[in-house]
Design a protein around this ligand. Structure first.
Ligand code: PBE
Length: 306
């Protein structure tokens, strides 16, 4: 990861703490709440979960929102433990195999809802926001430099079910590029809506950035294949969330299809909106929140306190 960031020349923009958090995870400081009150012998969900919300990458908007929810709902002793999207999914699967309780920072679209019986916890205070869109964002000057690619990215719009199809293929073990290729082959009409009348090009290089979230692995690789079929030479580079935004704002990268708005990445959008070009939603009806297995006997974030 470091090497990639250095190559992009923007390493100074992120703190060591953030990097450590993004690469490491549990710092061991999460046991406090769990040891309190254990004396009465009856274990409740909170104790079984060690007062831990299973998070993903430290820079993710859903992690920030989960941390806010701990404050807003006065979740005493609770902590959001960061790791990676992959580690979260593995832990979710393991807990479900044993029918044990777990709370994760979740989002849709996501293959986990097709694979497991899950539910969002109600969020009466609205800490996680409402429905989100996923927007396409490019650097300033991209339209002038790459008018054909600009047109395709501007036209790019699909349904949550489309992205879910790609994500399911990848979660079943398919290489992300191959999953994109297969989806494109099965959805020629949809892709034609984005590419019709757009001229082919001759191997011009484009760099798309993303974060290794399941949604973004799926969407970024799919649209990269569409651009490659038009003749572009596309590189896709995974970064930390804040660095992804910075890379497009500074023009180090050409664009991304991973801007969750208005809430999840609202702070980053505010910071960079004057330095980048927002092409609007490529998907509508996305959502973030706290997610638990359906067999858990709670319905609201407020219930985590009991
Ligand atoms: N996510 C997936 C990201 C946006 C896309 C919900 C994990 C986030 O929380 O920032």
């Amino acid at each position: 990861m470091l090497q990639r960031l250095k190559r992009l020349g923007i390493i100074s923009g992120i703190s060591t703490a953030l990097l450590l958090a993004a690469c490491g995870g549990d710092d061991g400081a999460t046991d406090e709440g769990a040891s309190e009150g254990g004396a009465d012998g009856d274990t409740n969900y909170a104790e079984q979960m060690n007062y831990e919300i299973t998070g993903i990458e430290a820079g993710a908007g859903v992690v920030k929102a989960a941390e806010n929810s701990v404050d807003e709902y006065d979740l005493d002793g609770w902590e959001v433990v960061t790791s990676s999207s992959g580690a979260m999914a593995t832990e979710l699967g393991e807990k479900i195999d044993n029918e044990e309780p777990i709370v994760v920072t979740g989002w849709s679209p996501h293959w986990k809802f097709a694979k497991y019986d899950l539910k969002y916890l109600d969020d009466p205070k609205g800490v996680f926001g409402d429905a989100e869109t996923i927007n396409t964002v490019v650097r300033e000057g991209f339209e002038e430099d790459y008018p054909e690619a600009f047109e395709v990215l501007d036209n790019f719009f699909w349904e949550p079910e489309d992205l879910e199809e790609v994500m399911l293929k990848i979660s079943d073990g398919m290489d992300p590029r191959e999953a994109g290729e297969e989806w494109i082959a099965d959805n020629e009409d949809r892709v034609a809506e984005w590419t019709e009348g757009v001229d082919s090009v001759d191997g011009e290089a484009i760099e798309l950035v993303y974060v290794e979230w399941d949604t973004e692995i799926g969407s970024t690789n799919m649209i990269a294949v569409v651009l490659e079929e038009l003749g572009y030479d596309v590189t896709v580079t995974p970064l930390d969330n804040a660095v992804m935004w910075e890379a497009v704002a500074t023009g180090e990268a050409d664009g991304m299809v991973a801007a969750w708005l208005p809430h999840t990445h609202g702070d980053l959008y505010e910071e960079y909106k004057d330095e980048l070009v927002d092409l609007g939603p490529n998907l509508e009806g996305a959502k973030i929140g706290l997610v638990v297995p359906a067999y858990m006997d709670i319905d609201s974030i407020e219930d985590l306190n009991n």
